[in-house]
Design a protein around this ligand. Sequence first.
Ligand SMILES: [Zn+2]
Length: 310
Amino acid sequence: MASRPEIPLDISKWRKPGSCEVAHKLFALKNSDLFKLTKGIWLDPVSRGFEEVGKIGLSKEDLTVKAKFLQSIYRKQLKVLVASAENKDKVTRLRHAYEVNCRPSGFKVIPETMTCKSSTCPWCFIRRLYKFVFLPLKDSIIQIQNLNKARVKLVYWRRYCAAENPDNIPFFLGHRGPHVWFNSYTTAQVMVPFVSPYDDQLLFTHVGIHVVPADLVVDDTIKQKHTIKASNNFQISEYRNLKLLDSARQKSSEAINKALVQIMCQLFSSPFYSLFLPKNFEHFKAFRLDYKGNRLIRLSSTLKKEKNGR
Ligand SMILES: [Zn+2]
């Protein structure tokens, strides 16, 4: 539905470190899964407009440069936020200082600064994905393979939905919908915000990843969608990009890591960037306000007690 909006890469407008901004030195931790997720979800897609990078002698492939760019456009949005009339109080400014200096994920950072846990922070988004999606799914696969000696595979999908009501985020329920539908051992659902380039609305990319029995026949399962739709009023018909990964041959921890990183980079590389564009400032501001206390990740499992994460 929505394609990635073009990100203007104008080096001349990169913000120089201000009074509360730390000029981080970044060193990529290339072998860490956190870095691989950061690279695949945030840094690799930053490619347009890099002619200017070439002019000043930096490599287009320099991931540190790309991280600095992402940091600069995020900081710029925060700067506008704190400068607005209703956000000039001391608490907001202190909070802003934490957020603006949140350390990029997957990098050794000098000086080392604290993480901010903001709903709009690109770095904390990656950390949440790692902690509440990557690790639980990996643990599930290993647990099933080691203890139950069962073969498993991954099923995943992505759909789009409107971000209309912060009190009723359109997750599928753990006891109905795809988690039961796929006979899933563990299911992770994530809502990724973005602004539609077509109608300027704030939307979610709703992503689901399931650890399922290896013998699940998805084609037959999909036929149940009308039953599900009728029972809970969700628009299952929006399902797309449904694919499988057979993990039965992936015995090693490294192989499972590699498969999960690959899938997550594919699924979460969404136009979340659009929230950081100056023209979408009002959406950026509203999203921070509306979804401040809400969790945009949901985990369901038959292996462990269901829990939600942020
Ligand atoms: Zn952060």
